[in-house]
Design a protein around this ligand. Structure first.
Ligand SMILES: [Zn+2]
Length: 446
């Protein structure tokens, strides 16, 4: 199998060499940053930035958290548009991007003209890795230019040489008609959205989505498409040949990880501009890139000028699924197994809601109708000493109580976590248009 590589030199260099090359650039990057950004002047004051190319010194460079970003944007002086992390005069910033603000207030990031050029190159690699290039007509479904899935995705499609059809921002009915009229063959959206969208296609067009010429789906924005059963359903609904899972972070780069045509998991496609580490979320200690390893992804944007990130704690929990690949790319392949923020603790055991969902969908594909959710008593509940309430829509009639016990037992055996299954009729759990939460807080009547 031969796949097109966007950046053959770096894409195929031994991973250790790529990391060493990135690390060699860190001292100059950090020294410059310490001179230019009020936040980093303080943050890096005691850090061994001159030796940051050495492993032991690098580990002493303090992390940056989302709270740091929020705080520095709240306290921004008038001359700094994006707060004290900004490291260039405001008049050099050509674009502002924002997080979608699903948790708390949105945070903003800037790009200089050079940042934008470098970012777009990395995004083109990301798009190419996902199998998109000249000849494809790519539908973007978001209606929000300022977020990662907006302008940056649009830049990515065009730089990779494909045809951009930005159909988002109008009614779904109109979007469906444009898929047909423009002969779209690549669809981008979240796993939840592409599932919802397939149903709308049939309602609007009067024929199933799989009769449209869409052959590739790029699914990003939420974990889930890594799962075999979810992929099977989406593949069937759209009649596609390929689903590429993609992932990025507005705070870092809109597209960082992308799935090639050959394997499971996503490659890092941003090595020219982004250094990534895996760390233990509790201790912050580094974790090696070996198969099966899990940890929180920590990013350093070592070429970004406007609003750089140094050892940024993403809160995304990743698992390494492979360190070699038939496509020739040398970057490890990972899957996102959840947000560290989503992690629950059952009697001192860490558990991700997505792991429970994936297991249940995998083991009971014929009986689980779709949505399920774990119920918390309060929004900030993390610890459970009693079995975690799990609401599931079940189909097929029969003895649902017995099935519920079977599901509980399967979860207990596989994950060593107890859940209390509460069977529901199909259609009970409201479907999110863009994302489906896996936990919710019960509204009390009183
Ligand atoms: Zn590959």
């Amino acid at each position: 199998m031969t796949e097109k590589l966007w950046d053959p030199e770096l894409d195929t260099a031994p991973w250790e060499e790529v990391l060493a090359w990135q690390r060699s650039l860190m001292p100059d990057f950090l020294i410059g940053l310490r001179d230019r950004s009020p936040f980093y002047v303080d943050h890096l004051r005691a850090a061994p930035v001159e030796e940051a190319d050495r492993d032991d010194a690098w580990r002493e460079i303090p992390f940056v958290t989302k709270d740091d970003v929020r705080r520095n944007q709240r306290e921004r002086p008038p001359e700094l548009l994006l707060g004290t992390m900004q490291s260039v005069p405001s008049d050099r910033i050509v674009q502002v991007l924002g997080s979608s603000g699903t948790t708390g207030n949105p945070t903003f990031y800037g790009l200089t003209a050079d940042d934008l050029e470098r970012w777009t190159e990395s995004l083109a690699n990301w798009m190419t890795t996902a199998g998109v290039g000249p000849g494809n007509v790519v539908a973007l479904t978001t209606g929000m230019p300022i977020v990662a899935g907006g302008m940056p995705y649009a830049d990515a499609v065009r730089r990779a040489g494909a045809t951009l059809a930005w159909i988002g921002g109008q009614t779904t009915e109109r979007m469906v008609r444009l898929l047909e009229l423009l002969r779209v063959d690549v669809l981008m959206g979240t796993a939840s959205f592409v599932s919802f969208f397939a149903e709308r296609c049939e309602e609007v067009l009067g024929y199933p989505a799989r009769e449209l010429p869409i052959r590739t789906i790029l699914a990003g924005g939420e974990p889930g498409m890594g799962h075999r059963e979810v992929r099977r359903r989406v593949t069937e609904a759209w009649g596609v040949e390929r689903i590429s899972e993609v992932m990025g972070l507005c705070d870092v780069l809109a597209g960082i990880w992308s799935q090639c045509g050959s394997g499971e998991g996503m490659h890092l496609t941003a090595a020219r501009n982004v250094h990534v580490e895996l760390v233990d979320p509790e201790t912050g200690e580094p974790i090696e890139w070996t198969g099966g390893a899990t940890g929180e992804a920590v990013y350093t944007t070592f070429t970004r000028i406007a609003t750089p990130m140094v050892r940024y704690r993403s809160r995304d929990h990743m698992r390494v699924v492979g360190t070699t690949c038939a496509c020739g790319r040398t970057a490890p392949r990972v899957e996102c197994i959840g947000r560290t923020d989503d992690m629950l603790i059952y009697k001192a055991m860490n558990v991700f809601p997505a792991d429970i969902r994936d297991l249940v969908v995998e083991m009971f594909p014929e009986r689980v109708a779709g949505p399920m959710r774990l119920r918390k008593d309060t929004a900030d509940q993390v610890r459970f000493d009693d079995p975690i309430p799990l609401e599931i829509e079940l189909t097929g009639g029969g003895d649902t109580a017995a099935l519920a016990r079977e599901i509980e037992e399967s979860v207990r055996v596989a994950l060593r976590v107890r859940v209390a299954v509460e069977p529901l009729e199909p259609g009970t759990i409201p479907l999110g248009v863009h994302k489906n939460a896996l936990t919710y807080v019960r509204e009390t009547a009183d």
